[in-house]
Write a protein that binds this ligand. Structure first.
Ligand SMILES: *[C@@H]1O[C@H](CO)[C@@H](O)[C@H](O)[C@H]1NC(C)=O
Ligand SMILES: *[C@@H]1O[C@H](CO)[C@@H](O)[C@H](O)[C@H]1NC(C)=O
Ligand SMILES: *[C@@H]1O[C@H](CO)[C@@H](O)[C@H](O)[C@H]1NC(C)=O
Ligand SMILES: *[C@@H]1O[C@H](CO)[C@@H](O)[C@H](O)[C@H]1NC(C)=O
Length: 567
């Protein structure tokens, strides 16, 4: 249980034990932050908060908090910067355990770098649980690699089968939750309120915060509910006004199109469309183009033109529909089929951090060998003691579905929704899983905050958007920016979901300057990224030692933000 590994600490130049786990049960919850040494060189506390901010339910719950301490003298100390790694079920504590020092590298030594597990998640107590035993979990959520995001066009009954399963899950969750009545309190407005209390417990009246992906929903919610409590707030990979999260018949997105006076708004609106997939196919096209430019030595899936590469991928998908590949490994087994390939591709659009590897896997699959593609991302075959990935998945559904507006869609409505999503990109059929997952969910708190977001804040927000983000398009950043007067939109001129995927010395230095000095980039700033999709295309630049360190730090943080749920 207690996992330890060796790490070389350069400071003392001796071999020390680095703890990767910590017994949170050894801490007593407290409404003040009572710090205890934990992991390697961090401090942890269990922070007590009310479960219900209307105080009708009088119970308390506890939030796991970890900090990487500021290293400056006490008089220069400037308080906590909170980081949220998205998910929504990713552990904020773990992001600090693995990357505390990397954050401090460019955010500065004046701050504590703080991660907390949002209520219901990971080390916070109680934690979201929908089942008594892992075996029971396995019967509700089968142990299949692609169950979590099977494209809804995989077969005629994919949507109906998933819908039926999710009705069961919804009933099960409701029955399981009933005696304790926890889940309805695990919502973003309450998490934002926890964060305000945490800031206060640090002795600072205003929040300093950086949130990626779901973390941008949390950040926008905080800024809307407590606009005069913002000292620094960065949202990165932003979801516009809950677009897919609480998609309300596409109306919000239509208003985005109206706002941008986009002519093709008239084609799509009104339709049940979130616009989430606006930039997805552009990223895919870039894969084809750059694979061609990179040539066969860099891109193993190379062919004589981008169009040829695109056609090959399409043909491969169709081939796998007719003839999937079975894979048996020492620890697992599964199939590389149409669904697998679609999800593999979508994951590589969201996180294009290693396209040469992706191209190699495509070439292998196309040669009839799916072993490496499967083993790179495999989930170990079900064992009764197993937690991790499945725990994360049920926590994600439990939290997201309790948080969003109730989905009362019938099957025909869900089918219309996913078809509309797929008009912008075929990967809408993957992404629309979110809505189906929540279609059986019954647990919702009356009066929870579901937007709209927007407010005049006590300090301007910094909004970071990648030029081509396959799940949260750039137009959403523009929209978010209009909702928070004074905010500045910084465009990180790269591909993928959030700036962590496309590191940029320009963007990440601007982030450091924003936290340290309150400097906002000029309106309309576009930062080039220091990241090549196929590293061989351009000749290697020489970087200063400082820039190289910054880029290494971002890459460390990026690895601390897991993507299991998509995959
Ligand atoms: C919850 O915490 C508050 C603040 O610490 C405390 O005053 C209260 O008694 C606690 N409530 C319960 C039911 O333990
Ligand atoms: C959008 O959803 C509404 C309500 O579910 C439905 O009546 C309408 O037909 C849908 N529109 C399209 C274009 O699918
Ligand atoms: C499939 O690829 C793996 C490595 O990726 C290799 O070890 C294995 O031998 C290949 N299988 C066949 C049947 O070629
Ligand atoms: C913040 O301002 C100080 C003083 O002007 C400067 O030395 C420092 O480089 C700035 N920090 C950043 C990250 O821009």
């Amino acid at each position: 249980m207690f996992k330890l590994f060796f790490t070389l600490v350069t400071l003392s130049n001796v071999l020390v034990w680095a703890q990767t786990t910590f017994d949170w049960n050894s801490l007593a919850p407290s409404p003040t932050l009572n710090w205890t040494p934990c992991y390697s060189g961090l401090q942890c506390a269990l922070f007590q908060v009310p479960i219900d901010y209307t105080f009708r339910d009088k119970r308390n719950i506890s939030i796991a908090v970890a900090r990487y301490r500021a290293t400056v003298p006490a008089k220069e100390y400037r308080g906590p910067i909170f980081f949220n790694p998205g998910g929504p079920a990713n552990s904020g504590v773990e992001s600090i355990v693995s990357s505390g020092a990397a954050f401090a590298e460019f955010l500065g030594a004046h701050f504590d770098i703080v991660g907390f597990d949002i209520r219901g998640i990971a080390n916070s107590r109680p934690s979201i649980s929908l089942f008594d035993t892992p075996a029971e979990r396995a019967s509700y959520l089968p142990d299949d690699l692609s169950i979590r995001m099977r494209p809804l066009d995989a077969s005629d009954d994919t949507l109906t089968a998933l819908w039926a399963r999710m009705q069961l899950l919804g009933q099960r969750a409701q029955a399981y939750d009933k005696p304790q009545d926890y889940l309805k309190y695990f919502t973003t407005d309450y998490i934002a309120t926890d964060m305000l209390r945490l800031t206060d417990a640090f002795g600072f009246p205003k929040l300093k915060y950086w949130g990626v992906s779901y973390g941008s929903i949390l950040g926008q919610t905080f800024a809307t509910l407590f606009p005069d409590k913002v000292e620094r707030l960065v949202v990165d990979g932003k979801f516009a006004s809950w677009a897919i999260w609480t998609a309300r018949r596409g109306l919000e997105v239509c208003s985005v199109f109206l706002l941008l006076r986009d002519p093709w708004m008239t084609i799509f609106c009104p339709a049940n469309l979130t616009g989430s997939m606006t930039d997805t196919d552009h990223v895919l096209q870039t894969f084809f183009d750059d694979c061609f430019k990179a040539g066969p030595s860099e891109c193993a899936y190379y062919d004589s033109s981008p169009a040829k590469i695109a056609a090959n991928l399409k043909a491969l998908e169709e081939r796998l529909r007719r003839q999937p590949i079975s894979v048996l490994t020492p620890t697992s087994h599964g199939v590389v089929d149409y669904s697998f390939l679609r999800v593999l591709t979508f994951a590589n659009l969201l996180g294009p951090s290693d396209w040469p590897n992706f191209a190699r896997l495509l070439a292998q699959i196309s040669a009839g060998n799916g072993t490496e593609a499967y083993t790179q991302k495999q989930v170990p075959t079900f064992q009764c003691s197993q937690k991790d990935v499945y725990t994360l998945f049920q926590a994600t559904i439990g939290m997201a579905c309790s948080d969003m507006r109730p989905v009362h869609d019938t099957i025909p409505e869900l089918d219309a929704f996913r078809k509309n999503e797929a008009k912008l990109s075929g990967y809408g059929n993957v992404w629309a899983n979110w809505r189906v997952w929540c279609s059986g969910w019954k647990i919702h708190r009356e009066g929870k905050f579901t937007g709209p977001v927007g407010a005049k804040t006590s300090f301007p927000l910094l909004i970071i958007g990648n030029t081509f983000d396959p799940s949260t398009p750039h137009m959403w950043s523009q929209k978010v920016s209009t909702q928070f007067p004074g905010s500045v939109l910084l465009t990180n001129d790269g591909f993928g979901h959030t700036s962590l995927i496309a590191p940029s010395t320009c963007t990440h230095k601007a982030l450091g300057a924003y936290f340290q000095n309150g400097t906002l980039p000029a309106k309309g700033t576009i930062c080039p990224v220091d990241f090549e999709l196929f590293p061989g295309i351009k000749s290697k630049q020489r970087r200063s030692e400082e820039d190289a360190r910054l880029l290494r730090a971002i890459s460390t943080i990026r690895k601390a933000v897991p993507d299991h749920v998509w995959w």
